[in-house]
Design a binder for this molecule. Structure first.
Ligand code: NAP
Length: 288
């Protein structure tokens, strides 16, 4: 992970504008500031005054704007952090200014192909499409990045450094995989939260005090994730290592397998992937 230090002045001269100041923008801004990006170099535009207020309370010195155009005038990077449904309407009024200044465009909108963004902006924009996730807020994000051929190697490095500042950043050569990434890591934290929620509720049903249930589930999730990250073994091998034949873990796993947990997850991730493709069709039709 990149750490901004006096010797590493990557962010010193880079101004970044966020179009949309919601959950993901907040996560990314939090992570970037944690890595010592100067808050005065962050510009956030959002028509929702309460979102801007929330960000200002959290991150005191960043610049906020009610209109998008003011935010993008003098920046090297523009991050579109709006919902896919509003992307086109947010992008089109900025086209002339962006065409003149040619900043790097970063899109985190699920399911919007870079060719649609180029069409909406009306010039051969350098675009990096990214699927991030919310643990970016604590520097533990997982992001997959795809750069169109117009992106320069310096811009590629900049995009990578921005997302490495908030976690893992992996490049994909083929944009076709972005919907699958959305299904796996973009939406992924919610699956783990659901499992933690379910385990906590079950622990309470088994009679554990609520605070004990919560702490045990949290630490178990953290410990399992750390073991998976730090071990040379794959998750299946790690699972087998903690499952004695005829033991307690085996009894639990038998129920989960009988409940077709694998099939349920495959169906769930396929639905998320397909929703990404649907959004792309819905909001990116030719001529729109
Ligand atoms: N949340 C995740 O875990 C996650 C993960 C990966 C990718 N993403 C992607 O990240 C993007 C943002 O998601 P989010 O969860 O951060 O959404 P969000 O919390 O709803 O934030 C979007 C913000 O954009 C504002 N907005 C609406 N129209 C705008 C416009 N024309 N110009 C500027 N801002 C405008 C919204 O205001 P209003 O509230 O008034 O509409 C809202 O404050 C989405 O495209 C999503 O697909 C999200």
């Amino acid at each position: 992970m990149l750490m901004a230090t006096p010797e590493n002045n990557l962010f010193t001269d880079t101004h970044i504008a966020f179009i949309g100041g919601g959950n993901m923008a907040g996560s990314l801004i939090g992570g970037l500031l944690h890595q010592a990006l100067n808050a005065t170099h962050i510009h956030v535009a959002d028509p929702n005054a309460s979102q801007l207020e929330r960000l200002c309370q959290q991150f005191i010195t960043l610049h906020t704007y009610a209109d998008n155009l003011s935010a993008v005038r003098d920046v090297q990077v523009v991050v579109f952090a709006v919902k896919p449904q509003v992307f086109r309407d947010a992008a089109r009024p900025l086209a002339a200014t962006l065409a003149k200044n040619r900043p790097l465009i970063i899109s985190i909108a699920a399911g919007i192909p870079e060719k649609n963004i180029r069409r909406w902006l009306g010039y051969d924009a350098a675009i990096v499409r990214v699927v991030p996730n919310t643990p970016a807020l604590i520097g533990a994000g997982a992001a997959a990045l795809y750069a169109n051929p117009i992106v320069s190697s310096a811009q590629r490095t900049l995009a990578e450094d921005i997302f490495e500042a908030v976690g893992l950043a992996l490049w994909l050569d083929d944009e076709v995989h972005m919907d699958a990434v959305t299904a796996v890591s973009g939406s992924g934290p919610a699956y783990f939260f659901l499992i933690m929620e379910i385990m906590e509720a079950a622990a309470r049903e088994l009679g554990l005090p609520a605070d004990v249930a919560r702490k045990l589930v949290q630490q178990t999730a953290y410990g399992a994730a750390r073991m998976a990250l730090e071990s040379q073994d794959d998750p299946a091998a790690l699972r087998k290592q903690v499952t004695s034949p005829g033991g307690t873990t085996a009894a639990a796993l038998k129920i989960l397998e009988a409940g077709k947990l694998r099939e349920i997850f495959l169906n769930a991730l396929t639905a998320a992937r397909d929703r990404g493709a649907e959004l792309s069709n819905e909001f990116g039709k030719e001529g729109s």
